[in-house]
Design a protein around this ligand. Sequence first.
Ligand code: GCW
Length: 673
Amino acid sequence: ALIVTLGVSWLAIAGPACADDGYDLWLRTPKAVAGPAAVTAIGDSATIRLAADALRRALPAGTPAVTVATAGDPQVAALRLPFAGLGDEGYLVRRVSLGGRQVLLVAGNSDRGALYGAFALLRAVGDGADAAAVTLRSAPKVKLRVLDHWDNLDGTVERGFAGQSLWDWWSLPDFDDPRYTDYARANASIGINGTVLNNVNAKADSLTAPYIAKAAKLAAVFRPWGIKVYLSARFSAPIELGGLKTADPRDPAVAAWWKAKADEIYRAIPDFGGFLVKANSEGQPGPRDYGASHADGANMLAAAVRPHGGIVMWRAFVYAETDPEDRAKQAYSEFKPLDGKFADNVLVQVKNGAIDFQPREPFHPLFGAMPKTPLMIEFQITKEYLGFATHLAYLGPLFAETLHARTGRKPGETVADVVDGSAEGHRLTGMAGVANIGRDRDWSGSTFNQANWYAFGRLAWDPDLDPAAIAREWAGLTFGNDPQVIATTTAMMAGSREAVVDYTGAFGLAHLMATGHHYGPGPWVADLARPEWNPTYYHRADRGGIGFERGASGSDAIAQYAPSVARQLAKPETTPERELLWFHHVAWDRRMADGRTLWEDLVAHYDAGVAYVATMQSQWQSLRGKIDAERWQKTATYLSIQHREARWWRDASLAYWMSVNQRALPAGVAPPE
Ligand code: GCW
């Protein structure tokens, strides 16, 4: 009987070995069991209707009657349920008696809360819970949960590995591609409530009337899903579009230009979220061009959107080739003195680490160091430095590693406490993820990349979640509830990011990728015009040792951390080994905790990374026939690419290190193939 049941439910969920291109993400409708579950909506806002529809589409027949409503409905209010503290996006799901009937109530203080409740119920049921017994109550800890699209107006995506941009600027605003709705549904299902449409390396054109109209169309599609649209703003737009001679934020004509521009945008998009700005970074214009500060620039834009309730997300990813200071120190040096100088509708958006989305970075020292300023954390979901779309790397542990790191500023304070505002009582809070979404049928370039989008959304809702639990939830929703499939896929995911760390360079090595595209190894590159773009700048390997000395005898970047953290990092002996070479230059022969030398351990990690990929290959083989053929085959092929390239990384890196340190491979290690 057990076998029969499993067989039926597998067919029901995955469908008979049919082609499956992954388009449905984690929102797979179990077609054979979906039935007209009795779903009623109280209230008729578009959002409430979408919530009810989502439940109708996906709840299995036989689910008890469901009612979707808001707390303000008199019948619901009479139940005196614990809506207090749920804010305007939280939800609860409860079995109640309504109008004399037993129903499963899905409700929030607002219709958006009810929508999130509907998706939470679907997650629970999709992961095997009995709908009749589901009880849920949750509110997001972070207010702005935003995807940053690095999408260009010509349809390309900077660092995008999943095809062209989803936004078809050519046919917008007329054509409403149904995919825009599917995008919004997917985001709403994990609580994402904002999207920055265009690349931070912005073209001024995105602020012209035709593009505002296109953005307005997207905003209209996304609105009922609770998603606001934002735009990246090019700081010099008043010159390029307005014909002004300057973009100096202290010039009244410049401020007036932005104010008029904001008014124009809000006429088209009344709930426009605001601007994201990359200024004075990697060639982008900014206030520093005029001797004004980042606060001057941010506040001028903030004033333009303030009357409309908009906000500004101002990036701290700032470094200059002309600055001789360690690149890892520059953002802190520039922004820390500005704490308290930003308008209250500005968030400073800080990357998780101080360099640039590497496979492992220590948390950015700005977290905890600017208590008067809301700091929005920025992660990269797209895997620019972790093997693009082909390599399997589950980023939940990377995100959580930063979020759960202790800042040392206050007892127990974590980066998550800074980000969710609890550390200082900030109410304007945010988390941004650089999207990994494009026109590929599977959206993210691979099935497992979808998990990174998913994990970002779930952690933005609650930064304290356990990434392993998120992986389990995602695997169940994505592949169905066969326990073997869940156990195997989550086992693969668990160490997959660490494997990338291992085969690209362990112990805090960073920025060793090939020039420009960042795919594959390039630790030997030393001839780029900008010194801080050379891998040799980061690893500083020589005959005697390897690593970037950031202690007092070096760049002293460690001093940017809170004293207790700085004390721990000051000496190699007390620095966590996984970050050792980020903070210190140490001898190849240094004794590591396991008794081996650094060189021996480094080699062992390269091998372990390659071996992990081989293990993932055999784990995946064991699922053949248990996952639809199309997704199975693509993943199998990608894993073989990853295995080949993990060896490439190992072999090329070791050959280079050996040319520098003149050491042989440790005994027992086979020479590179
Ligand atoms: O990660 C680096 C990328 C650039 C990117 C930049 C940034 C959008 O290599 O492509 O530019 O960071 O975050 O601004």
